[in-house]
Design a binder for this molecule. Structure first.
Ligand SMILES: Nc1ncnc2c1ncn2[C@@H]1O[C@H](COP(=O)(O)OP(=O)(O)O)[C@@H](O)[C@H]1O
Ligand SMILES: [Mg+2]
Length: 223
C-alpha cells in the first residue's frame, strides 16, 4: 500500500518524477475542449490502474490543483483503502435517494486531494455506471474540483469502462508491461474508441528501470 503513494511518500524518487512528467504531459494531451474528468483504465486486471490513478491524483494536487479521485471500479474498489477509512461513495449516492456526494466526499491527508470511494459492491455495476444518475453525478462532481480522476475497471471482460468512456473528457490506458498481450492492448483501445472514449495516452507500467538511469533522473530532478 505504501508503494501506491510514492509521489507523496518519496517525492524525490525517480518514480515520483515519472508521475510528475505524466502530470505535465496530461496538461497538453488535449488542446481543444475541456479536460477535467480523466479516467484510468487498462485491458485487464492488476496492470496498475488504481496505483497510477492515485499517484497522478497526488501529483496534480501537489501542483496546487484541487483534485477529486472517484473510485468507479465498483467491482474491485481500492481507493478507500488508500485514502479513506470506510467505503461509502458512488453506489450509495446512485442507489439511495437522499444521499448526496457532498456527504460522502472525504478529505485525505494530502492537501488539495479529496476522495469519493466506490461504496459497497453492487450486483449491477455496468448498469449503475451507465445510468442517467451517473451522468448527473459526474456533472455535479465537476463543480467540486479542478480535476476529477476516475479509477475504472478494466476495458475487456466487463463493459464498465466503456460505459464510462463517453462520459469523461479523456481516457488514459495503463498497460502492465509483461502482463498484457499486445492484441489485448489493441482490443482495449478499440473498445474504448468505439465507445466514444478519447484516449489521451498510454502508460507503460511495471517497466523495470535500470538503477543507473534511475539515479540520473534523481539528480536531474534535484539540481
Ligand atoms: N509499477 C509498479 N511496480 C510495482 N508494483 C506495482 C506497480 N503498479 C502496480 N503495482 C502493484 O500491483 C498490484 C495491482 O495494481 P493496481 O494498481 O491495483 O492494478 P489495477 O487497478 O489495474 O487492478 C498492486 O499490488 C500494486 O501495488
Ligand atoms: Mg484497480
Amino acid at each position: 500500500m505504501e508503494q501506491k503513494l510514492v509521489v507523496h511518500e518519496d517525492a524525490k524518487s525517480p518514480i515520483a518524477e515519472a508521475y510528475r512528467t505524466l502530470r505535465t504531459n496530461m496538461q497538453f494531451a488535449k488542446l481543444d475542449g475541456e479536460l477535467k474528468v480523466i479516467m484510468f483504465t487498462s485491458a485487464g486486471p492488476d496492470e496498475g490502474k488504481s496505483t497510477t490513478a492515485a499517484n497522478t491524483a497526488v501529483a496534480l494536487a501537489q501542483s496546487g490543483k484541487s483534485v477529486l479521485i472517484v473510485d468507479c471500479d465498483l467491482r474491485k474498489p481500492v481507493q478507500y483503502r488508500i485514502f479513506a477509512k470506510k467505503n461509502r461513495g458512488v453506489t450509495d449516492i446512485l442507489i439511495e435517494e437522499n444521499i448526496t456526494a457532498a456527504q460522502l466526499i472525504v478529505d485525505t491527508t494530502i492537501p488539495n486531494l479529496r476522495v469519493l470511494p466506490s461504496g459497497p459492491i453492487p450486483p449491477n455495476p455496468s448498469e449503475l455506471l451507465g445510468s442517467q444518475s451517473m451522468t448527473k453525478l459526474l456533472e455535479e462532481l465537476k463543480q467540486t474540483a479542478d480535476v476529477i480522476i476516475i479509477d475504472a475497471p478494466p476495458a475487456i471482460a466487463v463493459t464498465d469502462a466503456c460505459v464510462l468512456a463517453s462520459k469523461v473528457d479523456g481516457v488514459i490506458l495503463v498497460l502492465g508491461a509483461g502482463l498484457v498481450r499486445p492484441d489485448m492492448a489493441r482490443k482495449a483501445k478499440e473498445l474504448l474508441i468505439k465507445a466514444q472514449g478519447e484516449i489521451l495516452g498510454v502508460i507503460m507500467n511495471r517497466v523495470e528501470v535500470e538503477a543507473e538511469h534511475a539515479y540520473y533522473y534523481y539528480y536531474y530532478g534535484n539540481e
